[in-house]
Write a protein that binds this ligand. Structure first.
Ligand code: SF4
Length: 576
């Protein structure tokens, strides 16, 4: 049990007076992932704690702050001097300055936005050139030839000179906020946040005795390993997996001597040098959750011409049967709330933040949700977009109503254009439905973004080619595609049932990586996938909107309309 700052006082609750400690919570979104809009994770937690009377909360988005820091004039000036023999970066300071302005200008065209983003990517390239351990891009972070073992992590996070995140955190960490905080909560939802997050935790521990609690969907994927990873607790006191609302409030009660630590749901903690797991598990009742609170979010820091807010209708996936997918692992089962409560949130955000664009982070909105939202959102006069599945219920009329309600963009996992592979994947759709839905969306002038991958175990070379031919056939009706090779992920159905797919799981040396090595007699080789992806990039993707643009789904979901994006497409198909 920790000694908290016990300046207790009375708070007025609608029902009764209750006793509450003044515990300061500092919530941190660590680098690194796309900086176009704020993440939804921490605002959900803040709203829940506030609903339960916990008021003393601060939220810092260090992800967007890190981008602003690395491409600031001051930072780039030092690099330009150091790398003056690289002619490519001669004008980088001026170019980056205008690009930052352009990308935040609400009258920017898609073409200007793309050019600005290219210039920012060049600046990040220069930052990477100087970085010992990391390659930074607009929406990704990769490691420079290092594994992600405990030894490597330890070496990198302790290197306060060459680890650019250590330098960044030392510079911007507000000691006064830190010293007045009792708990720092770090949200780790992407693998790319792991090293920056541990770097941060180490520095925080170095300058204060604050408790550190980490959580998020990335850590949830390590559920099976955390008990055997005491290393994580070197810098973190608590790890919460799964949904964080109820566990975090329980932790608050524990820290105020009102609960035993074993009763804190979904919690891992260290006791007597051993990692322990509480025996209680919790899942939120989604329809009872409060409106996420974006307090402390400074919208003009984001790399976006307009304010975009993430919003949710449900947690988990209503389909939840795709054999390659592990997205819903963090949420367990599917739960939803009413479309009316979603629309109420949109109205609140519109009046509170003057936000006109919303991006649904649901794995896929159900056709019934699309139907009810299309009826209810119209009055709000906003733009919105989401992921959907190819379902027969996405009819012509529904698409027309969606468009009328402000629905501008949709992202869909095509994955493959072969009925037998779709069946093998458990996608629950077929080519006939896919063609029909694309037609309906296209005719309603809704922007379509497709994702696919090649090399699913059991897919032949010809079948992979079919998928590329399909994209070529529909290229005039879609805005862009995002194609990759198949990746076997931890906690997917195939990962736990490799025999069904004649997949042999390779030895994994590194528990922190969610991609699982595998061999399969039935899968395409890396070389074959490489050849096909090369064809895709050169002869198909080049007819669609540049990937530089399409990577930023959130941005385009709610901002540009069909006509604006169509203008960007060039028609120069020569793929046979
Ligand atoms: S791939 Fe999409 S639709 Fe399929 S289970 Fe995963 S989240 Fe659901």
């Amino acid at each position: 049990m920790i000694a908290l700052r016990h300046d207790y006082h009375w708070h007025l609750n609608t029902k009764n007076y209750y006793y509450l400690a003044k515990v300061n919570y500092l919530f941190v979104t660590p680098p690194q992932f796309e900086p176009s809009y704020p993440s939804l994770a921490i605002p959900c937690l803040i709203a829940f704690l506030k609903k339960n009377g916990v008021e003393r909360i601060i939220h810092k988005d260090l992800n967007v702050d890190s981008y602003n820091y690395f491409i600031s004039n001051e930072y780039l000036e030092i690099l330009v001097k150091k790398y003056r023999y690289h002619r490519k970066y001669k004008n980088i300071i001026k170019d980056t300055k205008s690009a930052k302005h352009q990308i935040r200008n609400n009258s920017v065209t898609p073409k200007e936005y793309a050019a600005a983003k290219e210039r920012i990517i060049s600046a990040l390239e220069l930052v990477s050139l100087d970085s010992e351990y990391f390659n930074l891009s607009f929406n990704n972070l990769t490691y420079k030839g290092i594994d992600v073992s405990e030894d490597s992590i330890e070496k990198i996070i302790a290197d306060e000179h060459l680890n650019i995140y250590a330098v960044f955190f030392r510079k911007i960490l507000d000691r006064s906020i830190l010293m007045s905080s009792d708990v720092v909560c770090i949200s780790i939802n992407y693998e790319t946040q792991l090293l920056p997050a541990i770097t941060l935790a180490r520095l925080v521990k170095k300058i204060s005795d604050v408790k550190i609690c980490a959580g998020g969907s990335y850590l949830t994927h390590l559920n099976d390993e955390i008990l055997t990873l005491p290393y994580l607790f070197k810098y973190m006191d608590y790890i919460i997996t799964g949904e964080g609302e109820t566990p975090l409030y329980s932790l608050h009660q524990y820290l105020n001597n009102n609960k035993r630590i074993e009763e804190v749901e979904n919690l891992y903690f260290i006791q007597g040098g051993i990692v322990r797991k509480s025996c209680k598990v919790s899942y939120e009742i989604v329809k009872e959750l409060p409106t996420p609170d974006f307090k402390d979010i400074v919208f003009n820091k984001y790399f976006s011409p307009i304010k975009i807010l993430p919003i949710y209708h449900s947690r988990g996936c209503y389909w939840n049967k795709c054999k390659f997918c592990s997205h819903t692992y963090s949420y367990s089962h599917y739960r939803t709330r009413s479309s009316q409560s979603v629309v109420n949130d949109i109205k609140k955000y519109k009046s509170k933040y003057d936000c006109q664009s919303f991006y649904f982070v649901d794995e896929a909105l159900h056709p019934m949700q699309l139907e009810s939202l299309s009826e209810m959102i119209s009055d709000c006069k906003v733009r919105w977009g989401s992921q959907i599945r190819f379902e027969q219920e996405i009819t012509r009329d529904l698409c027309i109503n969606l468009k009328k309600s402000g629905y501008t963009n949709t992202l869909i996992g095509l994955e493959s254009a072969n009925d037998n592979i779709l069946t093998l994947m458990g996608k629950g759709t077929n080519l006939k439905t896919i063609y029909q839905v694309i037609d309906n969306l296209y005719n309603a002038k809704i922007n379509i973004w497709l994702m696919f991958f090649l090399g699913f175990p059991g897919e032949s070379y010809n079948e992979a080619e079919n998928t590329l031919n399909f994209i070529k056939n529909v290229q005039n009706k879609i805005v862009s595609t995002y194609g990759t090779g198949f990746v076997l992920t931890k906690n997917s159905y195939i990962h736990s049932h490799p025999d069904e797919y004649r997949v042999e799981i390779g030895k994994q040396n590194d528990y922190f990586i969610l991609q699982v090595p595998f061999k399969s007699q039935q899968a395409l080789t890396d070389e074959q996938i490489g050849v096909l992806l090369d064809i895709y990039r050169k002869k198909i993707a080049s007819n669609l909107i540049d990937l530089v643009l399409s990577n930023s789904h959130g941005m385009f979901f709610s901002y540009y309309d069909f006509k604006q994006l169509s203008l960007l497409k060039t028609q120069k198909s020569d793929y046979e």
